[in-house]
Each structure stands twice: as structure tokens, then as C-alpha cells.
Design a protein. Structure first.
Ligand code: SF4
Ligand code: SF4
Length: 167
């Protein structure tokens, strides 16, 4: 995979909008055909992409969307910060319309100016898993990945590359 250039969320939104029709139609075809090798193709693209792109040059996800946190994340982060879980919730968390815990502020309160994560070793599970292009059964998150094209230059590049395959 050619090197991936950093793109801002604004640029990615424009590009995702511009390619919306062709992407929707391609994803529809994938959902219908369910190619058996989809995971292996996407996982290879994921590995290639992240060997060519450094998240520290981006941090779009930490700046704009933020993770959903589970109780274990909150307890672990509170322990790390040496505060009570209730204090952690009070300082950093709000509940969204789906009743999920999310960070109250964007960019994430733990994002440092050089794009490093202040709590990297203890970061929420959702941060570890984003952008999900290495997960099993990728066909289950085709629509989510299309949405993630608006945030993550790597996902945008993988979906773009996938469209050029015979899948
Ligand atoms: S906890 Fe760290 S990895 Fe997760 S959004 Fe915040 S800065 Fe990013
Ligand atoms: S996961 Fe995607 S959006 Fe997040 S920092 Fe890495 S390249 Fe950027």
C-alpha cells in the first residue's frame, strides 16, 4: 500500500461525501457476496497501512470522536490517576443518548499537545480497538467503517483500496 497522507476530519468528510454513492454500492455488494477472504484481505491492508502511517501524526480519533468507556476502563483509569471512580466520572465523564459513558470533552482530556496519550497503557478498550480494521468478521462493521472514513485516514485508505480489488 502506498504511503498514507494525513488528512484532517474536514478533508475526510468531504472525500467521504464525494465517494458516498460508489462506497455504498460497493459495501452493498460485499454484504451480498460475503467473500470468505474479506478478513484476510482487510487485515493485510491494516498491517500494511499502520506500518506506513504513524497515529502520532494524526490523533483525529482522540480529537474528534472519543471512545465509549466501560466500567472496567473507568476503574482502571481512576486507579491509575489515584482518584475514586466516582471522582473520575464527575471530572471526565458524561452519559450519552445511548446511556454509554463517554468523555465529556473533545479533544480527549488525556491527549497531550504532541498527540501522545497521557494514559496510553491504561487507555480504554475502545481506544485499543479503534479503528477495528484488524477485527474478525469485518463484514459486521462495514457501515461503521464507512462512517469511520470521516475520521480515520487509514480506514479511508483501506476502503478506497478495497474498492479496487475483485472482492
Ligand atoms: S484515552 Fe488516550 S487513546 Fe483514548 S481517546 Fe484519549 S488520548 Fe486517545
Ligand atoms: S486510528 Fe486512525 S484516526 Fe486514530 S490516530 Fe490512528 S490514523 Fe488517526
Amino acid at each position: 500500500m502506498a504511503d498514507i497522507d494525513y488528512k484532517s476530519p474536514e478533508e475526510l468528510k468531504i472525500l467521504t461525501d464525494k465517494t458516498k454513492d460508489e462506497t455504498v454500492s460497493f459495501l452493498k455488494k460485499l454484504k451480498k457476496n460475503k467473500p470468505k477472504n474479506l478478513d484476510s484481505v482487510v487485515h493485510k491492508m491494516h498491517t500494511d497501512a499502520f506500518s506506513n502511517f504513524n497515529c502520532l501524526d494524526c490523533a483525529n480519533c482522540c480529537k474528534t470522536i472519543g471512545p465509549r468507556l466501560i466500567e472496567k476502563d473507568i476503574n482502571r483509569l481512576a486507579r491509575y490517576l489515584k482518584i475514586k471512580p466516582s471522582e473520575f466520572i464527575e471530572q471526565y465523564i458524561e452519559v450519552d443518548e445511548d446511556n454509554d459513558f463517554i468523555f465529556r470533552d473533545h479533544p480527549c482530556p488525556f491527549l497531550l499537545p504532541d498527540n501522545f496519550c497521557m494514559v496510553y497503557e491504561q487507555r480504554p478498550k475502545a481506544c485499543r480497538e479503534y479503528p477495528h480494521t484488524d477485527r474478525k468478521r469485518f463484514y459486521q462493521i462495514l457501515d461503521l467503517s464507512h462512517k469511520n472514513c470521516e475520521t480515520c485516514p487509514v480506514v479511508f485508505s483501506i476502503i478506497d483500496k478495497l474498492k479496487k480489488t475483485n472482492l
